[in-house]
Design a binder for this molecule. Structure first.
Ligand code: GDP
Ligand code: MG
Length: 356
C-alpha cells in the first residue's frame, strides 16, 4: 500500500519522512523522490513475538513516498506540480502535509504561515487536476460514442459517469463522494484521479504548538482524518535510542510517536485491518481490506493456499492473550473452523488448512 506525501514547498515532508524512516533529511530543495517502507507498529505482534519466539517477525508496512514540494504561486511551479500529479496516479492514498510551524530561517509559502489557506489551496489544486482529466476524457468519449464501434455501449456508460464526476468537481466535491459501486470504480480506476484516493491531513506543528488543538472542527473538513506532528521534534526523537526517546517523549507530553500516528492513520484511511499468522518460524501481520473473506485472505499468504483452501482455523488474539496459550484457547472452545466466506476480523490469528 503506497502513501504519497504531498505538500507545499518546505512544509516539512522530508523531515516527516526522515522521522519515519530514521534516515537523514535530504538537502532543502531536493527534488529526488524518496521511498521508505515504514512498519506499522502493532502491540499484538510484539506480544506474539515474546510468546512464540519465532525466527522472524514481520510487521505490516506502509510504503511512503516523499515528493518535491508544490508551488502554485508561479507558472513554472504550476507546470512542475502538474507533472508531479501525473506521476502519483498509482499511490493508494495521499497525505497532505500542511505547515503550521513558525521558523525564521524558513520563508513561508505566500509570505505567511496559514494552515487553513494552504489546505484549501491544495484541495482546490487536486480538484483542478481531476477536472482537467475528466474534461479531456469527456471530449474523447463524446467523439467516440458517435461511431458504431464495439465499445460504443460501454463508452456511453462511461460518458454518463464522467459527466457526473464533472458536476461533482465543479461543485468542489471530491470524486470519491460520487463513486458508489465497484462497477463504477472499475470504469475509472485506471485514470488515476487524485480526489478518488483516501486523504489524511498531517499538520506540521511547531515545537511551541504541542498543546494546541488542530482539529479544524469548525470547517467542513472535520470529515477528514487529521494528525498533528511536530516534524522537527519527531526527527530528533527518531535519532535517539529507545530509552532516551521514551524519556523525552514523557517530558514533552507526547504520548504517541509520529511514526505510529502516521502509519496508523494511513492504515485506517485505506480501510485496512490485520490478520495474524503465528509459529516458531514466523509471526506476521497481514494487511487486508476490511470485509475480506477467508479464502481471499488466504491468497495474501500464498496463491496455493487460496486455491487449495479447506478451512481457516481461527482464534482471536485477545483470547490468546487472556488465556495464555493455544491449548487453553482450544479448551475454552474459542478456536473456530471457518469456511471460505467467513469475514476475517482484525486480530484474527489464522492457520489455513489447504490441500494442493
Ligand atoms: N521549527 C520547525 N522547523 C521545521 C519543522 N518541520 C520542518 N522544518 C524546517 O523547514 C524546512 C523545510 O523542511 P523540509 O522537511 O525539507 O520540507 P519539504 O520541502 O516539505 O520536504 C527545513 O529547514 C526544516 O528544518 C518543524 O516542525 N518545526
Ligand atoms: Mg523535501
Amino acid at each position: 500500500m503506497k502513501a504519497a506525501l504531498l505538500g507545499l514547498l518546505q512544509s516539512g515532508k522530508s523531515t516527516i519522512m526522515a522521522s519515519l524512516s530514521g534516515k537523514a533529511i535530504p538537502p532543502i530543495g531536493s527534488v529526488a523522490i524518496e521511498e521508505a517502507l515504514v512498519p506499522v507498529p502493532d502491540e499484538r505482534i510484539d506480544w506474539l513475538t515474546e510468546h512464540y519466539k519465532p525466527k522472524k517477525t514481520v510487521n505490516a508496512t506502509v510504503d511512503c513516498l516523499d515528493l518535491p514540494g508544490l508551488n502554485f504561486a508561479d507558472e513554472h511551479g504550476r507546470a512542475a506540480a502538474r507533472r508531479l500529479f501525473n506521476q502519483i496516479g498509482t499511490a493508494d492514498m495521499l497525505v497532505l502535509v500542511i505547515r503550521s510551524f513558525e521558523n525564521q530561517a524558513v520563508p513561508p509559502y505566500r509570505n505567511s504561515v496559514n494552515p487553513s489557506r494552504d489546505l484549501a489551496e491544495l484541495k482546490t489544486e487536486l480538484l483542478l487536476a481531476d477536472l482537467e482529466l475528466v474534461t479531456t476524457r469527456i471530449e474523447k468519449l463524446e467523439k467516440q460514442v458517435t461511431k458504431p464501434t464495439k465499445t460504443q455501449a460501454k463508452d456511453k456508460v462511461e460518458l454518463e459517469l464522467q459527466k457526473k464526476l464533472q458536476d461533482a468537481i465543479e461543485s468542489e466535491k471530491p470524486i470519491n463522494t460520487v463513486i458508489k459501486t465497484e462497477a463504477e470504480l472499475e470504469i475509472i480506476k485506471s485514470l488515476g484521479f487524485l480526489t478518488l484516493k483516501p486523504i489524511v491531513i498531517a499538520i506540521n506543528i511547531g515545537e511551541d504548538q504541542l498543546d494546541e488543538n488542530f482539529d479544524f472542527a469548525d470547517t467542513e473538513d472535520n470529515a477528514l482524518d487529521f494528525i498533528a506532528i511536530c516534524a522537527k521534534l519527531e526527527y530528533e526523537l527518531a535519532q535517539l535510542d529507545a530509552a532516551s526517546r521514551e524519556e523525552f517523549m514523557a517530558d514533552l507530553g507526547i504520548t504517541e510517536s509520529a511514526k505510529s500516528k502516521f502509519v496508523n492513520s494511513c492504515y485506517s484511511a485505506l480501510g485496512l485491518i490485520s490478520f495474524l499468522t503465528v509459529g516458531s518460524d514466523e509471526v506476521r501481520a497481514w494487511p487486508i481490506k476490511k470485509g475480506t473473506n477467508a479464502v481471499n485472505a488466504a491468497g495474501k499468504v500464498h496463491s496455493d493456499i487460496q486455491r487449495g483452501f479447506i478451512r481457516a482455523e481461527t482464534f482471536a488474539f485477545d483470547a490468546l492473550k487472556e488465556l495464555g496459550d493455544e491449548k487453553a484457547v482450544k479448551a475454552a472452545g474459542k478456536t473456530r473452523l471457518e469456511g471460505k466466506e467467513y469475514t476475517v476480523k482484525d486480530g484474527d490469528i489464522i492457520d489455513f488448512r489447504f490441500n494442493v
